[in-house]
Design a protein around this ligand. Structure first.
Ligand code: TA6
Length: 300
């Protein structure tokens, strides 16, 4: 498989494929802007490293790579549900998209020097054990000065379906106590999975000093964070999303997670463009929806 992917796509330049951990296939993109690694298992970005910069994406050194388990870190694609399944407690958290191999549909370089890879998934026996619908999903990853990730879902069946989704981005930070998040002022959020009352954020700059699992509802705009250790500001733009999730497990919860180092919470922060909770996408036959994020940075 790796050989046939390389025969077909490597001559286009700036990309090659290799097998690696867990027996998965990985795409390595390296162009004049950045290096980026993508796992075909899960259509998951694992790194985005602009040349001369520390990686913007965090990947756990203790991640599982076995089939059937999610890779911890990068940008897991949560689809067709975010969080636990609403009725079936044994179904995998965050859906099946991150637990399956995606096909490479296309790879190319754009005239502006950016490189994209388009990954494809449609219904099969595995997806039908959890979700009875016919669909096409595409994850298109474009590597340039910025990283763009799009998740486009099309209903290819005859009946309407609904789903929730997320680009569950793990950002790499110099030190969680040296960053502050901007762009969420006045946004309404549920403070944790058990919360039933909405709160309004009343600070312009949010610092993270404890476990956070905030679910911002009706938040469709951009946000950013300042990383004082790496002297950079990371911007997170998005389209097709009305929910933003912000998560850091902090010191106690991380100890219960076997695939994260116990001090890993110090160097990661999830900020996740999503459609989740009451923000549900419904697609009639033939309709599509795209969730996308553009991750950029500037130095100061
Ligand atoms: O997005 C935050 C969250 O839903 C948390 O509640 C936490 O469980 C996290 O995702 C990680 O989920 P995972 O299934 O990857 O362990």
């Amino acid at each position: 498989m790796v050989q046939s992917l390389n025969n077909k796509f490597a001559p286009r330049g700036n990309i090659f494929f290799k097998s690696g951990k867990g027996g998965h296939v990985y795409a390595k993109i390296d162009n004049r802007f950045a290096a980026c690694e993508v796992s075909l298992y899960g259509a998951q970005v694992l790194s985005f490293e602009p040349h001369g910069e520390p990686d913007i994406i965090w990947l756990s050194k203790k991640s599982h790579y076995d089939k059937g388990k999610a890779i911890r870190g990068g940008i897991p694609v949560c689809f067709p549900w975010f969080g636990p399944h609403a009725e079936e407690k044994t179904y995998p958290q965050h859906g099946f998209a991150r637990l399956i191999d995606w096909q490479v549909e296309n790879v190319n370089n754009n005239p502006d020097g950016t490189t994209y890879i388009a990954l494809y998934l449609c219904q099969n026996d595995f997806t039908k054990t959890y979700w009875p619908y016919d669909f096409e999903a595409r994850v298109i990853i474009t590597v340039g000065e910025q990283l763009k990730v799009e998740l486009k879902v099309t209903n290819t069946g005859t009946e309407e379906f609904s789903y929730t989704d997320a680009l569950h981005t793990y950002f790499h930070v110099s030190n969680i106590e040296d960053i502050c998040v901007e762009g969420l002022m006045n946004a309404k959020f549920y403070n944790g999975p058990g919360a039933t009352q909405l709160e309004a954020q009343n600070v312009e700059q949010l610092t993270i000093t404890k476990e956070e699992n905030r679910r911002y509802i009706g938040h469709s705009g951009a946000c950013s964070f300042i990383d004082n250790g790496y002297n950079r500001k990371i911007t997170i733009e998005k389209t097709g999303s009305n929910t933003t999730v912000l998560w850091n497990p902090w010191a106690d919860t991380i100890k219960t997670m076997g695939d994260m180092p116990s001090d890993g919470y110090k160097n990661m922060l999830c900020i996740e463009p999503a459609n989740a909770f009451n923000d549900i996408i419904a697609l009639k036959a033939g309709e599509s929806h795209t969730l996308s994020t553009i991750i950029g940075y500037s130095k100061y």
